[in-house]
Ligand binder design. Sequence first.
Ligand code: HEM
Length: 472
Amino acid sequence: MFSSLRQSTDIVEKLRKNAFEPAHSAYYRGKPGQSLSLILKARHDFLSIWRKNDYTDKVSSMTLLGRQLVIVNSPEAIRYVVAKRHENFERKSPQMRRALEFLLGDGLFISDGETWKQRRPLVNDIVHKNRLPTFGGIMERTASELAERWSSLPDGAPVNALYEMAGLTAEIISRSVFGNDLGEEAANAVTQGFESYQSLIDSINIGYFLGFDEGLPVLRTPKLRRSVSRIHGIIDKVVEDHLAGRGDDNSMVDLLVRRQKRNPELKLDVVALRNEAATIFMAGHETTAATLTWAWYLLSRAQWVEKSLHEEIDRVCGDRVPTLDDLPQLELCRAVIEETLRLYPPVPILARQTGEADRIGDIDVKPASLILIVPWLLHRTEAFFKDAHLFRPERFLNGERPIPYSYIPFASGPRVCPGLQFGLTEAILCLAILAQRFKLRVAEDAKVEPQCRLTLRPRGGLPVTLHRRKGS
Ligand code: HEM
């Protein structure tokens, strides 16, 4: 029998001996067809609007205020959308484009058409796995610095794991993108600027549902303008320094600038360079921070998994700090991260806007309609993952792999995350370096609630206490 750690009307979380069902939204029970209340609910929390039957292998369509929404939750149909008919569905949703355009301009994350085609190989190249030896060193150093800071705190010290992980991954991406010369103050200003920007933008573009195919621009309030101009100012300075030959070699900005010098036909001016640097910075840290935070939550509750994880790290690394070279042996660390990405995909919804009329499975799709691929649903579909709500890292051990297009935390097709290897490596390495020395504990009665904004994170962060492992 499961004992409910907590079961409110909204969130379910259950633990029994060697089985853990981590926090997830309860199935939605509202009546179909209540468009307005559904939009309002989605605006508060996009994960709470799914009925039990949405967690099955199918394509479905609904209309909200006259706008067609198609939910694509079968591997075959996902392949059709993201790969086979990529060009008809490559465009991000008006919500996403409008929310980020002020900050990222034509940055890769929200661009499409010719701009995307031209810039994608460039970004692919600078975050490519071949560059991991350079960036892996930054990951090792930064995670070790955090372990040192933690070890100066008293045993049992309270910290917020989300903020700790956000600081860690922001530092890693900042050193990787901008180089070491940015300075702590400017690095913090950029991170806080991104944080504040996100908190100020709405999670739904109401204009799109009121009939504007392109959505409506986000209201540029003085507060929003201030965060954006602060971020742009700092990044522009880094770019200009690099253009003038004063930047840190091997940073991603350096690679972008060198590429522009080699290929002037790319016409990457300061603004374009800034947009790509800002895009990589934004896309490259929140997601990994969320992954690590959820992993700490899962390990804190499923302590039998944590025990095996410690045994693996001790066996592979002994007393020395885990490095990039240990990764192939840290199989359980990898499986824990992969299972975390299944249960809590940092990008839980991939939204696209249809180009021309199309047909997905049995559903006729109208031009400009909204396509939602929801890794949150897909990854919890029983047909692909037995006992889908349970935390079971062994699904990813011994060569076991999910069926193609059923597991897409990094998306798939031509728009697959270019930072896949970077992000996976970073999450596994940081987990191993910190878990070698510390256990994080979430209070038994803590209310852990997934919240979907740009990324999926625990609402209010994850308060934990820090405990040294024996002998560390
Ligand atoms: C665990 C870590 C990460 C996860 C789960 C993740 C997930 C994703 C997903 C799902 C997308 C597609 C979004 C969509 O189609 O709407 C994406 C795109 C992207 N990601 Fe990541 N990401 C991670 C780490 C990174 C890192 C470390 C970088 C850079 C160093 C990065 C750079 C990007 C960029 C530039 C895009 C836009 C690609 C395009 O539109 O062509 N990501 N990521």
